[in-house]
Design a protein around this ligand. Structure first.
Ligand code: ADP
Ligand code: F6P
Length: 324
């Protein structure tokens, strides 16, 4: 029989993402609504190991749904990969009466949740990352805000790039994944999109493309480069030398991770946060919440971690067609 859950905890882990606060709020309020106590763990697994744990009440999460970042703080805690620290964390949970935990983060954070589950603490993951790189879900909290932030910044660079008739290389985040790059590439009307999943591009082809588009009357040339490829500054120098067209690199960086979450991020975070508590209270553990084929659902963490996804070739092809 599933153990009765009386107290749960919530933590955010890995890179922060806009919408994490909306997820925390949903976890806290759903737990209290369902008659369960809830605690907040500060600074990810680090905070758990340091017993940085606070009681949460509905008013502790007032006025945070619209705020970027995470009010609980986040961290990367490398020692949590070691079993002795996972055992210690489970002991700490038991000491604080924590029967279940909701972990908001990316796939690294799920491995931590899986480890806690193995140690007898029921654990559920929620996808929180701007990178959209979690295969079991079509949506990750933070992606929509990040992509909109990047799009607006790129529009601004495009204004000045057109005025000066320059070529721009804009590097966007995404770790090893190219989703932010692909979406911005389409949304900003980029002439070239460089994705780590599609790393067969040839710099000479890009140079030829720039020269051809100039001949066709285009006064700027926008290249969106994914962080997973990088080297935007040196690429700009080589392109300028080869084409004779002034070329500038802009690395958008951490601004993409901040800011007030979009409605989409607040919405998905609220439903996913509530859903995580509901399945925790059903006695489920070692699972991650996802959104697939129009529905909120959940998967075993091991199964979720083994799933693969790739950039949709058709979408990439559309981006290329629209640059004529
Ligand atoms: P994300 O969750 O965004 O993918 P990371 O990969 O940095 O970010 O993982 C966040 C944290 O999750 C790590 O700092 C560590 O505390 C924990 N974690 C990552 N991998 C493991 C693992 N194999 N076992 C236990 N905990 C892990
Ligand atoms: O996973 C989110 C992300 O912003 C990635 O896009 C990026 O590669 C990474 O985190 C940067 O991490 P850090 O905050 O440790 O520099």
């Amino acid at each position: 029989m599933a153990k009765e859950i009386k107290t749960i905890a919530v933590l955010t882990s890995g890179g922060d993402a806009p919408g994490m606060n909306a997820a925390i709020r949903a976890v806290v309020r759903t737990a209290i609504y369902r008659g369960v106590k809830v605690k907040g763990v500060k600074k990810g697994y680090n905070g758990l190991l340091n017993e940085d744990i606070i009681d949460m009440a509905p008013r502790n999460v007032s006025d945070i749904i619209q705020r970027g970042g995470t009010v609980l703080g986040t961290a990367r805690c490398l020692e949590f990969k070691k079993v002795e620290y996972q055992e210690k964390a489970a002991e700490i949970c038991r000491k604080h009466g924590i029967d279940g935990i909701v972990v908001i983060g990316g796939d690294g954070s799920y491995r931590g949740a899986q480890a806690l589950s193995r140690q007898g603490i029921n654990a559920i993951g929620i996808p929180g990352t701007i990178d959209l790189d979690i295969a079991c879900t079509e949506y990750t909290i933070g992606f929509d805000t990040a992509v909109n932030t990047a799009m607006e910044a790129i529009d601004k660079v495009k204004d000045t790039s057109s005025s000066h008739e320059r070529c721009s290389i804009i590097e966007v985040m995404g770790r090893h994944a190219g989703y932010i790059a692909l979406w911005c590439g389409i949304a900003n009307g980029a002439e070239d999109i460089l994705l780590p999943e599609n790393y067969d591009y040839n710099e000479q082809e890009i140079i030829n493309h720039i020269i051809e588009s100039r001949k066709k009357g285009k006064i700027h040339h926008l290249i969106i480069n994914a962080e997973g490829i990088g080297h935007s500054t040196s690429m700009a120098k080589r392109i300028e030398a080869a084409t004779g067209i002034e070329t500038r690199a802009t690395i958008l960086g951490y601004m993409q991770r901040g800011g007030s979450p979009t409605a989409m991020d607040r919405y998905y975070a609220s439903i996913m946060g509530s859903y995580a508590v509901d399945i925790l209270l059903e006695g489920k553990t070692n699972r991650v919440v996802g959104y697939r084929y129009g529905e909120f659902t959940d998967f075993g963490i091991e199964e979720a971690l083994q799933m693969q996804k790739d950039i949709d070739r058709y979408q990439y092809e559309v981006a290329r067609r629209l640059t004529i």
